[in-house]
Write a protein that binds this ligand. Structure first.
Ligand code: FES
Length: 127
């Protein structure tokens, strides 16, 4: 009998990543645009997303400060239709893309948890 994979909700989560992990080319991100990434670190998983806006790239842990859900209800759909804000699809919290400050909704004044990233030689990496 083979061992079954645990369901995703039963997997251990981690909230930080080691530095220097190549994530994607900067040009893989639209401007404005966003992208989900999941990194396996040992037996655990990190869930984050990248946002590009006005030529700058920021990384955020994919966990809403309101109720702790991942923000996007559809893959990579983190931004409002005009690309100006990050939107949590659960209860409508909106965040500034590059500061993570919640500027509306049920956690106004709160912040997303930063995921340190940097762009070097056209590549987005963990920092
Ligand atoms: S979980 Fe994000 S607004 Fe409620």
């Amino acid at each position: 009998m083979s061992e079954a994979e645990p369901p995703p909700e039963a997997r251990a989560r981690v909230w930080r990543t080691p530095a220097g992990v190549a994530l994607c080319a900067e040009t893989d991100l639209a401007d404005p645009g966003a992208r989900s990434l999941v990194l396996q670190i040992g037996e655990a998983f990190f869930h984050g997303f990248l946002v590009r806006r006005d030529g700058a790239v920021a990384g955020w842990v994919d966990r809403c400060p309101h109720a702790g859900h991942p923000l996007a209800l559809e893959l990579d759909r983190y931004l409002t239709p005009d690309g100006s804000l990050i939107l949590c699809g659960w209860h409508g919290a909106v965040f500034e893309p590059l500061t993570g400050l919640c500027v509306g909704g049920p956690c106004a004044g709160g912040r997303l948890t930063p995921w340190p990233v940097e762009v070097r030689d056209g590549m987005v990496r963990t920092a």
